[in-house]
Write a protein that binds this ligand. Structure first.
Ligand SMILES: NC(=O)c1ccc[n+]([C@@H]2O[C@H](COP(=O)([O-])OP(=O)(O)OC[C@H]3O[C@@H](n4cnc5c(N)ncnc54)[C@H](O)[C@@H]3O)[C@@H](O)[C@H]2O)c1
Length: 370
């Protein structure tokens, strides 16, 4: 198969869909891989690195789309890419269709085969191609929170780890899922006192089992949240109710209960946020202050650390890309249910219920297109 990796052109996106290690595996399996010149630079991979493992470097994005049977990338195609997509071309990337009617209609019109990273699903219901980005965001939440706690950027002026003779800072984490556990691990590593809240007792048991004793768990209730926000320095929101908007666990009125300079990081901003005062921000201007509480609400946190994020993402996507290349998309999706669940739009038809529901479009059973 001919596989193309274009350079991401979405604003501020430095990740790339495939690393030289991925190209190595694909060329070993006798596939041809086209990389757009400089596509990997933002993630620390240069044209020469790709050439050394057998890739063909193409100068323009037009050539990459024109010559490839399958495109592997990171973000959904942007408007400039729509006319480049060919009928029957396989697109393997994040799409988040339900949040964009324009993208959905463009992909329906293109007659391409759109396999969305975000809906590939394991048998246990977890999302293997979303997990790595939650891991990055969870860990980053503490790094960013620690920074914004510094006084020159209006934080409380607290060092999370404390020093001998001075108690450590206190971190409250809402949600003990992927984001929450990774955040807890980082905060605990810095020596902070950590409180983790969740409504799922299984998750709390897990945290209690694997974390050191200065990470304590409590059931998530409004009572407990109100109690803890008064004396925690950094609050991380990492809750998710699958398929729904995040619940508003911290209201505007509750901000007054916090100490001035408290930092709140809403990782769940992409699902509407779990703080009432959350407004999505960008890496250029990541924070704003309401009632002396610093809000950090960046919707694509992993984008700031492309070296790490590209590796984390491609470690997870490569095994699926290999199956698609080796067997062709139809056979690969027939053989692998996880991958089949990634099919969203196929040759002009919506085959994923969530997408048809979002825009009132006719839904087609995925087996009809296989
Ligand atoms: N901002 C970013 O850049 C970024 C990056 C990655 C993920 N995310 C988002 O972070 C959020 C969390 O992702 P995840 O992978 O950790 O999800 P997850 O499903 O692994 O964990 C969510 C946890 O929230 C818990 N929860 C639900 N309701 C709760 C409540 N009322 N109180 C406390 N806990 C509650 C669930 O029981 C679950 O354990 C998602 O919205 C995800 O899209 C954002």
């Amino acid at each position: 198969m001919k596989i193309g990796v274009p350079k991401e052109i979405k604003n501020n996106e430095s990740r790339v869909g495939m690393t030289p290690a991925g190209v190595f595996e694909l060329t070993k399996n006798k596939h041809i891989v086209f990389i757009q010149s400089s596509a990997g630079e933002g993630s620390g991979f240069f044209d020469e690195d790709y050439l050394n493992v057998g890739a063909i470097i193409l100068q323009t994005i037009e050539e990459v789309y024109m010559l490839s049977d399958m495109i592997v990338k990171v973000k959904e195609p942007v408007a400039e890419e729509y006319p480049l997509i060919k009928p029957n071309q396989v697109l393997f990337t994040y799409f988040h269709f339900a949040s964009s009617e324009e993208l959905t209609f463009a992909m329906l019109k293109s007659d391409a085969i759109c396999i969305a990273y975000e809906t590939v699903e394991d048998k246990d219901g977890s999302l293997p191609l979303l997990t790595p980005m939650s891991e990055v965001a969870g860990r980053m939440a503490i790094q960013q929170g620690a920074k914004y706690l510094e006084k020159p950027i209006k934080g409380r002026g607290v060092l999370l780890g404390g020093v001998p003779g001075v108690p450590p800072g206190r971190v409250l984490i809402l949600g003990a899922g992927v984001v929450g556990v990774q955040a807890a691990k980082m905060a605990a590593g810095l020596g902070a006192h950590v409180t983790v809240l969740d409504t799922n007792m299984k998750r709390l048991r897990y945290v209690n089992d694997v974390m050191p004793p200065h990470v304590v768990t409590e059931f998530s209730s409004e009572y407990n949240i109100r109690k803890h926000i008064k004396d925690h320095d950094l609050i991380v929101g990492g809750v998710l109710i699958k398929g729904s908007k995040a619940p508003k666990l911290i209201t505007r009125e509750m901000l007054k209960e916090m100490r001035p300079g408290t930092v709140i990081v809403d990782v769940a901003v992409d699902q509407g946020g779990c703080f009432e005062t959350t407004v999505p921000t960008t890496h250029e201007d990541p924070t704003y202050i309401i009632d002396d509480v610093i809000h950090y609400c960046v919707a694509n946190m992993p984008g700031a650390v492309p070296y790490t994020s590209t590796l984390a993402l491609t470690n997870a996507t490569l095994p699926y890309a290999l199956q698609l290349a080796n067997k062709g998309w139809k056979q690969a999706c027939k053989d692998n249910e996880e991958l089949r669940l990634g099919l969203n739009v196929v040759e002009g038809k919506v085959v994923y219920k969530g997408v048809s529901d979002a825009f009132g479009l006719p839904y087609n059973d995925v087996n009809e297109v296989l």
